[in-house]
Design a protein around this ligand. Structure first.
Ligand SMILES: Cc1cc2nc3c(=O)[nH]c(=O)nc-3n(C[C@H](O)[C@H](O)[C@H](O)COP(=O)(O)OP(=O)(O)OC[C@H]3O[C@@H](n4cnc5c(N)ncnc54)[C@H](O)[C@@H]3O)c2cc1C
Length: 371
């Protein structure tokens, strides 16, 4: 049977795969996205959708600031504001020692030439978050950060990508990649495609795709959890995390509290099944109560655990394969890749179409993880 053809195949219909497919289509490429289950089924559908530059690994700060500017005009890219609001993110200190660690962080980012992280005292913290517990002594704020609606974001990226001519094939897994004259044969469980380039946007399974092309890497995963409460009247706008606790706390536009921040469940990469750890969730709930005593006995209505790739340094893999020409990686966002969605796809699209990008992605090179 003849192989179908496209210029580029994207493996993975998460937000990063969709964003890259869109950027490639805008640059005139004929793109097919293969998604094993359905678009947004994995990390992109499980995400808490915080748009956070605050507290980023120094290697990611510059990129996250470019992405943040894009979030502030995301409708220009995908015709919808994706429910984004830039109400800020704040990391709260509960005692002087935590305040000192936040001050040190503020010095570090300032010394690097950035001014987006600002130390605030208790009075300013209370002005921004009136419901914060009286024992909190201050915080670090990134005022232009915020959060978005994950499902609106997925729908907007999908709609725009398809509108630009991207073909999305759901329920189709890529099972092998074979070098072919000047390109690659993409073997799927529904036939073979012949393409010039392949984008590995396979999330937690990015390491599997690396194995398909003889580029084995050291790679792990996270099973981050989120829980959501019943609806409450509006009480908080910024997203709040804590210097001394695993916590991220925000209120959605529907009024529910969305609580997470890296609480870990468990997962089986083979089956894709994830499980909530109720003990860890209870700790998260205690942290939320400690910082926000006013929430009292609010009801938790649902909880879930997602699955996301994570190298040991918790930095993503972005850029060309070092062993397989024509293959480009963008995976392993380690629980904080939602914020980067508007920028990474464009970087990979520039590498594919121009052989370079104006952004420095050296820290994300796949070679650092080589086995
Ligand atoms: C609970 C949770 C909360 C989070 N909160 C935040 C947050 O507040 N802020 C933030 O910035 N980030 C957050 N993140 C991280 C963010 O959601 C992810 O970094 C981002 O969604 C990753 O997108 P992706 O496209 O790389 O991966 P995914 O969305 O996982 O997409 C990868 C896709 O590839 C498909 N696939 C894999 N192998 C194959 C194959 N062989 N063939 C075909 N398809 C394949 C999978 O089915 C999957 O759909 C959170 C993540 C989780 C799980």
């Amino acid at each position: 049977m003849m192989a179908s053809q496209a210029t580029t195949a994207v493996i993975g219909g998460g937000l990063h795969g969709l964003a890259c497919a869109l950027a490639l289509a805008v640059r005139g490429q004929d793109v097919v996205v293969f998604e094993r289950s359905w678009v947004g089924r994995r990390a992109s559908g499980a995400t808490a959708a915080g748009v956070r530059t605050l507290g980023r690994d120094p290697a990611e700060i510059a990129l996250s600031l470019v992405a943040l500017e894009r979030w502030h005009r995301i409708a220009d890219l995908v015709g919808d504001d994706c429910g984004f609001h830039g109400s800020g993110q704040i990391k709260v200190a509960e005692n002087p020692a935590e305040m000192e660690s936040l001050a040190e962080r503020a010095r570090l980012t300032r010394d690097m030439g950035f001014d987006h992280e600002e130390l605030i005292d208790a009075a300013e913290l209370r002005r921004l978050v009136p419901m914060i517990s009286p024992h909190c002594v201050g915080g670090l704020v990134a005022r232009r950060d915020g959060a978005a609606d994950p499902h609106r974001t997925i729908a907007a990226f999908r709609r725009t990508a398809e509108g630009c001519g991207v073909t999305i094939r759901e329920g189709i897994a890529v099972t092998a990649l074979e070098p072919d004259a000047g390109g690659w044969r993409v073997v799927t469980d529904a036939g073979t495609w012949q393409v010039r380039h392949v984008v590995n946007a396979a999330g937690a399974w990015g390491g599997h795709v690396c194995r398909m092309i003889g580029e084995p890497i050291r790679f792990g995963y996270k099973a981050s959890m989120v829980f959501v409460t019943e609806r409450l009247t509006p009480m908080i706008r910024p997203v709040v995390s804590a210097a001394g606790r695993t916590l991220s706390f925000k209120q959605s536009s529907q009024g529910t509290l969305v609580i997470g921040g890296g609480l870990q469940g468990s997962a089986d990469l083979k089956t894709g099944v994830t499980q909530v750890d109720f003990h860890a969730l209870a700790k998260g709930a205690q942290s939320a109560r400690a910082l926000f005593p006013a929430i009292g006995t609010v009801q938790v209505v649902r909880a879930w655990a997602g699955l996301e790739g994570a190298p040991a340094d918790l930095l993503p893999v972005i850029g060309p394969s070092v062993r397989a020409p024509g293959i480009f990686h963008m995976f392993g966002f380690s629980g904080h890749g939602f914020e980067l969605v508007p920028v990474v796809g464009e970087i990979v699209a520039d590498w594919i179409t121009r052989g370079r990008s104006s952004h420095d992605i050296g820290a994300f090179d796949v070679a650092r993880l080589s086995l």
